[in-house]
Design a protein around this ligand. Sequence first.
Ligand code: IVH
Length: 688
Amino acid sequence: MSENNAPGQDIVVELEQLRREIARHDYLYHTLDAPLIPDAQYDALFRRLEAIEQQYPQLISSESPSQRVGSEPLSGFVQVQHEMPMMSLAKVFNGSELEDFEERIKKRLDSDAPISYSCEPKIDGVAVSLLYEEGVLVRAATRGDGVTGEDITHNVRTIKDVPLRLEVEHQGKATPPLPKRLEVRGEIFMSRSGFDAVNAEAAKAETKTFVNPRNAAAGTIRQLDPRVAAARPLHMFCYSVGIFEQDEAHETPKTLSETFALLQRWGFRVNPERAVVTGAQACLEYSDQLLVKRPELNYEIDGAVIKVDLLQLQAELGFNARTPRWAMAFKFPAEEVATVVRDVEFQVGRTGTITPVARLEPVFVGGVTVSNATLHNMAEIARLGLHIGDTVIVRRAGDVIPKIAKVVTEPDAEVTLVDVQMLSHCPACGSEIEAAGDILFRCSGGLICPAQRKEAIRHFCARGALDVDGLGDKLVEQLVDTDIVKDVADVFVLQREQVEGLERMAEKSATKLLAAIEKSKSTTLPRFLFGLGIPEVGEATALSLSSHFGSLEALIAADIEALESVADVGPIVAAHIAHFFANAENLQVISRLREAGVHWQDSEVQEKSDVLAGQTFVLTGTLEIMTRDEAKAKLQALGAKVAGSVSKKTTWVVAGPGAGSKLDKAVELNVQVMDEQEFVGFLAKQTP
Ligand code: IVH
C-alpha cells in the first residue's frame, strides 16, 4: 500500500475498464431506468474499483465513479464567470399570449412558414451549468445572477444523472467525437418521493424540514459539505447547450431535438416528456396535456418551455436584454400561494375525532380556488406555529388536498394573532371533548352526535362499502338534520314520501335514489365489514377478515386470539373489532340492516399459507387479468401484506398500465417490479 508500490500496466488498464463499465451501468440504471446487470454484480465491480484505488491511491482521479460519494467539505464557494450568460425566460400565461409570441417571431423572420418547436416541462429546481473538457466534467456552477455563479462541482459530482465523463459508446455504437469543450445546462431537482423521504427523516431526527422540493434541492446544492448532497436524492434534466467547441470537420446538431438525442448518447438525462410540435396551437395542446399529466410526474414543474427547434432560426432571432426571443415559458397556475387564516374551525369525524380546519381567505392555487385546509391535529398547529390571523403559504402539489406549508407572517406586521384552542365541547352535539392519546381529541357523544352519524352514514354508503349511487353529502346532511335517518339501517327502509319531501328531490331523482338503494342491498361481506366503520378496519383488513372467517357470524364469535391470528390484524385492531361487536347497539343495527334486505354471500374460507409471510406488495396501475380485490385477497391468503404506498419495506411492486408515481418511487428505491402477467405466473408458483 505504499507510494512506491507502483501499479503495473495491467492494473492501469483494468482500472480504466472498470471505471468505464461502472459509469455505463450508472447511466443505464439512473438515466435510462434500464439496468443490464443485477445489483450484486454491480457491487462487485464497484468493490474491485475501490480495492484498486485503495491500493494505489495515486490512481484516484476526480472522474472516478468512486468519487461520487462526496469529498471533504469546502471552506467557501468560489465564484464562476459564465462565458455565455445564463438567461431567463419570458413568460406567457395563456393561448393568445403564446400566439402573439409566434406572431412576433414570424414578423422578425419576415416569413409565414410554419415553425417547429421543442416543448419540454419547466422543471421547478435549480439551474446549473456543467463544463466538460475533452469529455471530462471539470466544473459545475449555479446560474447566480446569470453572469456570475458559484462553483458547486463538489456537490454535482455526487449526482448520478450527471456523467463525470462523456460516454464514448451508446447501445453498442460509438458516440460522435467528444467536443474539446462542452457546456451543458439544465435543472437540478429533487423528486417528490425523494423530498418526502428526506423530510420524513428530518422530522424523525427533529431537524429542520424543507418547505418544497425546490428549496430542498437549492439548499442541498449550496452546501459546502458534499457528503450532504451525496446522501440526498438529487437528479438532473439537461435542457440546452452553451459552449460547444467541436473540430470543424465534425458535424454538429441542426436542431434542439437533435441536440437532446446527442446529449442522451453522451450520457446525460433529458426529459422524456419532451416533444417537437409545429405551430403555436400545437404548443398549447402540449401544455394542456402536460398540465393534466402534472400530478403523475414524480417531480415538480411550473409550466412548459417552448423553444424554436431549428438552431439556425434561434441564432437569427437572438436575444433581448435578459431573455431569448426564440423561447417562452408557458406558466401553469402557481401551486404555492400566500393567504391569510381567517379562522380555525373544528370538524367531527366518523369516530368522533376532532380535526382542526383552517378557513382561508380564498386563493387560486394549482388551478383551483382554495378556502379550507386541514390542519390534521393540534400538534400540527404547534409545529407550524399557526394562529388565526397569520399569513401562510398554501400548497397544492400533485395531490389534490391543499395543505399549509408554513407561516410567513412578518414579525413586525400589524395584525392581531389569536391562539388556536381546542374546544371543550363538540360543535355538533355539545358533548364533552376528550383527549384520545397524545395528540388526538374525540367527541364523547357517540351516536347521539349528528356529525358522527352523518360521517358513519356517508362511509357506509360510500364507494368501497355499499356504494349507494347518488347519496351525496348534501342529501345525508338533510336526512340526518330532518331526523328521517338516524343510523345506517334507516337508509335501507327509506320510503318514497320521505325522500320526495326533501330539497331538490323531484319524483325522478327519488325513483333513481330508491333504485340505487335497492341495488346496493346486494353486497359482499368485505364491503359490508368495511362499511361498518370499525376503527382501523380499512378495505384490506375487511378483506382479510372475510377470507379468514368466511361469515359474519364466525367473525362476531371470534375472540381476541382468533382475531389476532388474521394476517394484518394486530392487538389494537383486534381490540377495536371485539369492542365493536360487543356493543349491543351495533349488533342491533346489523340485524335491522339484514331485515331491510341487505345481504351477501359468505366468503370462501381460504386456506391460509405463509409462503409470502414478511413480504409487502404494492399494486399500482390498472390490473386487467384480475381485479385489485382478487389480487389482494390472493396475496393475503399467501401471507403477504398489501400496502398502499411504496417504501423501503416494499418487496414487490405489481405495475399495470398507467402506473405513475408509485412506479417511479419503486425505481428510485430500487424495489423489484413485475407486470400483471409476471404476477400471475408468480402466484402460480407460490400455490402448493
Ligand atoms: S431553457 C435561455 N428549459 O427556468 C433559456 N429552462 O426562467 C434557458 N428551467 O433559470 C432556459 N426547466 O432554470 C429551460 N426545460 C427547461 C427548463 C428551464 C426549468 C428554468 C431554468 C431557468 C428558468 C427560466
